[in-house]
Design a protein around this ligand. Structure first.
Ligand SMILES: [Zn+2]
Length: 194
């Protein structure tokens, strides 16, 4: 096991190098196999959710590699997405390794300071997504809905542009008891999103 706090201290230290990180991620030999943890270990530690899924779904990466990357997820575009995914944050491209670890850690610290939590969905420009949740099912639900959300956005852009859900009506939507109950059941998103 790699100690999560020690790993984050290393990422936070401006004097650290990629070689330092690679050495720290080298977890040694377990069950007769040499194991090396990846950058995902750093992302997981910074997210601090019980379960974290880092994936590169084609439909999502396509939008994250487009001119719309930074703004595509600024608003929700259909209500089920708002319920399941909730808030998201966008991180511009950083090269996988120490650079990405540093940028992602800074984002999680900023999100915690401003909102008290890291959003369930973090979008990595030209790369993929990081989804955190209380259970594997919650991580899978957010991931699947994000793939659908990417397809819907691509279709909307192709049809002339995105017409997001109005933010004012979303506040009223999330105040509804049935919607709050559904979110508790899913164990994923909380609140009205960004
Ligand atoms: Zn990746």
């Amino acid at each position: 096991m790699v100690d999560a706090d020690a790993l984050l201290d290393l990422v936070r230290d401006p004097a650290s190098t990629q070689d330092d990180l690679s050495a720290a991620l080298d977890a040694g030999v377990h069950d007769g196999r040499s194991r090396r943890a990846s950058i995902e270990t750093v992302v997981h530690a910074a997210t601090r959710a019980p379960f974290v899924g880092h994936t590169h779904p084609t439909a999502v990466v396509a939008l994250l590699a487009s001119v719309h990357a930074a703004t595509a997820w600024e608003d929700h575009v259909y209500s089920d997405e708002a319920v399941v995914v909730g808030r998201s944050a966008f991180l511009p491209y950083a090269s996988p390794g120490l650079d990405l670890g540093r940028a992602h850690l800074a984002l999680t610290e900023r999100e915690r300071a401003e909102h008290g939590e890291v959003p369930a969905l973090v979008l990595l420009g030209n790369h993929g997504i990081v989804v955190g949740g209380p259970t594997p099912a919650a991580v899978e639900a957010v991931t699947t809905m994000t793939v659908k959300g990417a397809r819907v956005r691509a279709g909307a852009y192709a049809a002339g542009g995105l017409a997001p859900l109005p933010r004012a009506s979303m506040a009223a939507f999330f105040a509804r008891a049935d919607i709050a109950a559904r979110q508790r059941e899913l164990g994923t998103a909380r609140g009205a999103g960004r």
